[in-house]
Design a protein around this ligand. Sequence first.
Ligand code: SAM
Ligand code: SF4
Length: 335
Amino acid sequence: MKKENNILKDSFGRTHSYLRLSLTELCNLRCTYCMPAEGIKLSPRSHIMNFDEIYTIARTFAEHGVTKIRLTGGEPLVRRDVDIILKQLATLPVELSMTTNAVVVDKFLDVLKDCNIKNLNVSLDSLQAEKFNTITRRNNFEKVYNNLLLLINEGFNVKINAVLIKDFNGDEIIDFINFTKKHDISVRFIEFMPFDGNKWDKSKMMSYAEVMEKVNSEFLPEQIIRLQDAKNDTTKNYKIDGYKGSFGIISSITNPFCDSCNRIRLTANGHIKNCLFSATESDLLTPLRAGKDITPIIKKTIQSKFKVRGGMDTLEKLESPELHGKNRSMIAIGG
Ligand code: SAM
Ligand code: SF4
């Protein structure tokens, strides 16, 4: 496939080779940090990309240098035609992966294997049933926990995503790290980020430094091994000596990793966002349906990318609801 990197290179020289593709705005959970209690205003069904449109847009990105596509949502596995989408995307020369809440993942093991999807990020914010059910506003802990073990046993490369919220699951950091003693997986602690309607407040967030404080008070310095991070990795990775798995921290708030950002996002209604924190987006679906070339729009959107966090380069700006409230809720972006 012909690759022309130029349209995916921004004005700061960053080349975008990683597409996070949201398949749906719907979800079978209701995580408090991701969506407002009252829900979100959903896009009309006719505005959601169909499977052919998803394939066409994804292929356009692959033709211009995207080598990795992560499927997300909402919950990607609640989409009825997800099998067809996965099979079509699997024909592209890209590494396919998925972020899922794992509630129904047991029903998709064969299709995931057939489509060579080995890397699965599973969201799990607590190892305690009651807490998990509280934060997700649903009672699916057993299902998710059992499916997590199933994925590990089936040989998938599993990463757990845990959003840390102070006075909620901050006391489980060591429990999560101890989970990596016997399981060869990575647990990633994510700093709680502000999006429209999620009642973010700096005091609820646990920072990278606070996580490391807990780690340092539990383990001896010689037990804590700093791992080499992969190129463009958003995670600072560690492991405990002798443990099978590892852990890491995604510190978008206190240590943004924008300098090496290679990500672009496509929402389920076919808009591209050049940054997770961007207040603006560009519609690709309407011009695609009108038979127009979408590459000039992609190029323009990439060119307009800010250097840091959609222009919110200071913590003060990020804290301002007038600024972060212009963005969508996370469930409608695709994390
Ligand atoms: N439903 C799937 C899941 O939960 O894994 C995929 C979509 S979800 C929006 C993708 C990731 O975004 C999840 O790992 C979730 O924990 C993370 N996320 C959602 N809201 C967040 C927030 N406010 N701060 C940090 N991470 C967030
Ligand atoms: Fe659904 Fe994932 Fe958002 Fe939770 S984090 S509400 S599982 S999309």
